[in-house]
Design a protein around this ligand. Structure first.
Ligand code: NAD
Length: 369
């Protein structure tokens, strides 16, 4: 297992949690809070580890910075199978055990949902992504991140010479982000030709019906039960003929083993860190435009930040569209003019903003409740 590494930004704090009574392990990483209290999702997965949580926490620092939000970056991981029947007990214990880390505000991430956020709310008071019935902006139900991915697609399409209406889209990971991305991209006239989940993939060059796909996934738990189309192994989705590929599941899925097969002209990183650095360079040399995670999938974070400011869902959607499009344009223009990877251009700007704030905030930032 890789160890934690430190640099001039952080991470500021790492909290290891072990509850022998259940038992379960968890970890919280607060990366940097110079710009404000850290927002970051709680990932529930048997395979998540401290190193992955650290990398995701840094992504949140950069995502907040580039989106111009008054927030830092953090992340948590609970190392259990999310389908366990005792998740409420685990979440309540987790929340209690991290309650004193007041500069970290939990939010939903892979393997958890709005309901879990209500348990955290009960225990420690501070949380984002609550159900609307109790004053939250449920970012997964509203499809905040998928909406942002689709808005980002409009800008990326201009730079990659792709016409969004009529373009072919493949989505790896048909969960909260993937389903919303499919819905909003279809609304913009794109054709969803392939989607996958952890059980396999389904492909139809003539297009999959998003409403039917959604119903099949809800009713049967797997996209491969979609009537019609061709069922494939999950990994085959990376090689399907398409213009836009949206990885929306786990880290490092686009790597040296499969990037040579990718036919898409644009990769919109719906997931966090789905493309390895080596693969990103190879794809760039093939002329594939990879829009980095902290630009493309910032919709959920922007909505969470709007919930913190007690804004409405409509206001949040306007912020998502405006901020993501403005940032995507700025970064893709810089990358194009200065012949650098979009990720490098985005990181330069994001690091610059955090470093400029750091002399004013040398200790972690307390939050209001
Ligand atoms: P989710 O748990 O709702 O969905 C994940 C989906 O990925 C599920 O359909 C699952 O079956 C599928 N999956 C898992 N392993 C897979 C594999 N190997 N191949 C294909 N599919 C696989 O999670 P989510 O909230 O949609 O998050 C997905 C990704 O997006 C994560 O990387 C998360 O960090 C990132 N993200 C989420 C949000 C958000 O608002 N939810 C915001 C920003 C980034």
């Amino acid at each position: 297992m890789e160890t934690i590494s430190y640099d001039d930004l952080g991470p500021a704090k790492i909290l290891n949690i072990y509850c022998p009574q259940v038992p379960f392990h968890a970890v919280v990483v607060v990366d940097n809070t110079a710009l404000g209290p850290a927002i970051g999702g709680v990932r529930v997965s048997p395979t998540v580890d401290a190193h992955e949580v650290q990398r995701l926490a840094r992504t949140m620092t950069l995502k907040s910075s580039i989106a111009g939000l008054p927030h830092g970056g953090g992340k948590a991981g609970i190392m259990v199978d999310p389908s366990r029947p005792d998740m409420e007990r685990i979440f309540r214990i987790f929340a209690r055990m991290m309650s004193e880390l007041t500069e970290y505000i939990p939010a939903p991430d892979m393997g958890c949902h709005e309901k879990a956020m209500t348990w955290v709310k009960d225990e420690i008071g501070r949380v984002l992504g609550l159900p609307e019935e109790i004053g939250g902006l449920p970012l997964d139900k509203l499809g905040a991140t998928g909406y942002g991915v689709a808005e980002c697609a409009e800008i990326a399409a201009e730079y990659a010479g792709v016409k969004l209406p009529g373009s072919r889209v493949a989505i790896q990971g048909y969960g909260s982000v993937g389903t919303a991305a499919a819905r909003f991209l279809a609304e913009k006239g794109a054709t969803i030709v392939a989607v996958s989940d952890s059980k396999g993939a389904i492909f139809d060059s003539g297009g999959l019906r998003v409403d039917k796909l959604q119903a099949v996934k809800e009713e049967t738990g797997r996209v491969t039960n979609y009537p019609g189309g061709r069922v494939m192994d999950g990994g085959e989705i990376f090689g399907v003929p398409c213009d836009i590929l949206v990885p929306a599941a786990t880290p490092d899925v686009i790597n040296q083993s499969n990037c040579g097969r990718i036919e898409a002209k644009i990769i919109l990183e719906g997931a966090n860190i789905p493309t390895t650095q080596e693969a990103e360079k190879i794809l760039a040399s093939k002329g594939v435009l990879v829009v980095p995670d902290f630009i493309a999938n910032a919709g959920g974070l922007i909505m969470a930040a709007m919930e913190y400011q007690e804004k409405t869902a409509d206001e949040a959607f306007i912020h998502i569209a405006t901020r993501i499009k403005t940032n995507a344009k700025k970064i893709l223009e810089k990358a194009h003019c200065e012949k650098m990877l979009p990720r490098a251009a985005a990181e330069l700007l994001a690091y610059e903003r955090v470093r400029a704030a750091m002399p004013y905030r040398e200790y972690t930032y307390p939050i209001r409740h």
